[in-house]
Ligand binder design. Structure first.
Ligand code: GRF
Length: 219
């Protein structure tokens, strides 16, 4: 099996990155994490990647000031240098231009801490609590130029409890994120995900169970 070469782009602690690295240690996993790239030199996830023997690179956006095009060209150069085939955004806190997104059409994934299309952008957990939704969760989707949009590959839901705080809800959502991101990357890397009409279809899965995590424990 030819494993797809993956770069994970981070800006912070990199817990989703770590979940992807763990999953890819399985020789049967159809992707290998060959590069972790950060736009911040102090991102905690860089040390985790290095401890796992994975190449790291920093393209510090501050060096480029307002020149977003130059920043993205530097990102792209790193990805090309490492012969990357798939990109996973994992807490990468830069808005990407249509040019960069276009380089990675249907080859770049993002994880968002909400059940899209609800609660795009930031502060998703507090907004879920404020709105009073009973289900919240996380989404892995292909990246398109519009932020937090794009065909949905996998989702995981958690029940919202009456006594939840932003912190308790975030803790349950991140646990779901760590399950669905490896699941989604596995499906994409294996070539099982096809986009048609803005929707992802998964080969061999008439029902969505292989890309859906639902609350199995309301406790
Ligand atoms: C996650 O909640 C992810 O959904 C969002 O940013 C956060 C990154 O956390 N895009 P981590 O760095 O993976 O721990």
């Amino acid at each position: 099996m030819q494993r797809r070469r993956v770069a994970v782009l981070i800006s912070g602690r990199g817990s989703n990155m770590a979940a992807l690295i763990e999953a890819a240690k399985d020789r049967d996993f159809p992707a290998e994490i060959v590069l972790v790239l950060s736009n911040r030199p102090d991102a905690g996830g860089l040390a985790t990647a290095q401890a796992n023997g994975i190449a790291t690179a920093v393209v510090d956006h501050k060096t480029y000031g307002r020149d977003r095009a130059a920043f993205e060209q530097a990102l792209q150069a790193e990805l090309v240098k490492h012969r990357i085939e798939l990109v996973c955004l994992a807490g990468f806190m830069r808005i990407l231009t249509p040019w960069f997104v276009g380089q990675w059409q249907e080859r770049m994934l993002n994880i968002h801490p909400a059940l899209l299309p609800s609660f795009k952008s930031l502060d998703t957990h507090q907004r879920a609590l404020d709105t009073g939704v009973k289900l919240h969760g996380a989404t892995v989707h292909f990246v398109v130029p519009e932020m937090d949009s794009g065909p949905i590959i996998a989702q995981g839901a958690v029940a919202v409890r009456d006594d939840d705080t932003e912190a308790t809800l975030a803790a349950r959502v991140i646990a779901v994120e760590h399950r669905i991101y490896p699941l989604a990357l596995r499906l994409v890397a294996a070539g099982r995900v096809h986009v048609a009409g803005g929707r992802c279809h998964i080969d061999g899965a008439a029902a969505p169970e292989q890309a859906l995590v639902v609350p199995d424990d309301q406790a």
